[in-house]
Design a protein. Sequence first.
Length: 275
Amino acid sequence: MLAKTPNPRVRAIPLNKIPGYHDALHRAQREEFKTRECNWFGLVGSIAGCKVRVMTVRDYVALMHSQSPFIVKTEPTFEHLGEFLWYLSPEIERWHNRIGWRKSWIVGCRWSLFSIERWQIRMFSKRLRRRLGITKLENAARAFQRANPGQTFPLPDDCAFVKAMVAAFEYVERMFIDRPAGIAKNGADSGLLYLTSWFDAIQSEYKKTDEEVWRMPLPQLFARLKAMHQRHNPSEPDFNARQDALKAQIIRSGLNLEELLKGKLSLDSKPSTLN
């Protein structure tokens, strides 16, 4: 038998020699540590001036149930953004805890809590429309379509609405930095299947109640699952999401080895860790 000759076009990429790789890797590692730290502390952030909590298991299931574009990764509308921010707002907690929707009436008040919640949602939507300048965008879109029938109005990259959508996707990326690999493989169809395994694993290992798991911040749950997996499988390698994303960015660039070594690929921007 003839020995197989190596393909001269297939060459290993010496990452250490690619200009900027080490600096980009260190930035990615620092960002990854900072993200995990903030997620674990449960620090509240903001998107478009609206406070957002760290996503919990309950929030994730609600967003999956509504097929939120920020979870299933499709193009969102203003209504999708408003729903996403409302689900993650500190305001919604009053409807989930203690009194909330579990009591049908406020003592001495003829308004039902359902009516008050709907009123609060409308007020939240109105505030968000003002902050994002939605009315101005709608007027510009109508004027554009009158002048260009059949064409789609291009949203300006620097408008508040586009910035808010980008921030929402980045927020989800931070929440899912330690996600189990199976979520990305099957997308929306795998949500409740993996939810079962989450409850089983956490309750078996940490003796948590159903309510405690429902309210557990998603990054903390993922971090616990990752720690459990490493503890029970110490010989398996520990994958680094941002490092892997950085390598994928190099591969997707389409540049050959000579071009990479000449520094023609910019590694300044943070690579996305979402599939």
